[in-house]
Design a protein around this ligand. Sequence first.
Ligand code: NAI
Length: 332
Amino acid sequence: MRILAYHVQPYEEKAFVNWAKNNGIEVVLEKGLLSVDSVDKAKGFDGVTTQQVIPVKDEEIFKKLKEYGVSQISSRTAGVDMFDGLLAKNYGVAITNVPRYSPNAIAELAVSHAMQLLRNVKHINSAMRNGDFTWNKDLISREIRNCTVGIVGTGKIGLTAAKLFKGLGAKVIGYDKFINEEAKEVLEYKDTLDDLLKESDVVSLHLPLFDDTYHLINKENIKLMKDDAILVNTGRGALVNIDDVIEALESGKLFGAGIDVLECETMYVNQKVDDEKIKGTVVEKLMSMDNVVLTGHFAFFTETAVDNLVSTSLDNIKNSVETGKLQNCTNM
Ligand code: NAI
């Protein structure tokens, strides 16, 4: 069996090499994306995997893959919106994904952001940079065991975050459209988002972006939040109206915000960006604030998650070639 891996990143190489060695299967690593120009490279392979940042919606790609006997694109992602699943299906090309690669990766960053904010780490660093090492009364912290943490979205990542916060001693409450029976053992469900916002010292968002979750957190419901509450968003940028959040941070209504995702993130995620590009944007603003911890979509970025993404995507191909049965298929 031979597998071609498109758009391989330097941080993935080790995982590819290990999987190939452990499974005795040849995996050829290709830097470029899967596109009309590169699809010919798939000739002679049994399967392809990719991690696309540009859409795969051109009919020619699926047509040629089918012609070369490649009947599966194994995506090294959870979301597969970059593929035209229906078009692929028409050509008999299955799109498979990695639905669960490490909820802990994202949950741990949410906890880390919350803890850094609670413990005033950025404020302390700023004071120290100015030679001020004093136990200033403004820098005294709350302890997490005296806090209520509100988890919005109690699925795989939300539940993992709930367990981690609970392990640190916090009281954990949750809100979700659907009750997760397992989560009931860890947190107390609230009937409405408003109820959760009113009671939480830390609010952590772990739900998908849909029409009904767009700007879920906004000026109106920030008013309901406790004074000095902390908001953590590792879900999707557009879950919050960031202008409203900045206003609340500046007015002192919110104590801090831990942000891994922003609505405008395509302008900087996984790129080198010069100062001019971010000048005057919310990114520059948030980076300048001591009550904000900002990371540029790094929550998933752990060794375990990358290893799972690579190995599951390759397992998806191996399994279907060996057994004829598709696993983690999204479009058939
Ligand atoms: P999941 O599907 O296991 O859980 C999502 C939960 O949100 C479900 O329990 C669902 O019922 C709930 N939900 C959906 N709509 C809701 C609404 N309107 N109100 C209340 N609850 C609602 O998904 P998982 O794996 O826990 O991922 C959560 C989100 O985390 C993803 O959708 C993604 O946006 C984000 N994510 C962020 C990453 C990062 O690197 N920053 C990496 C991976 C995921």
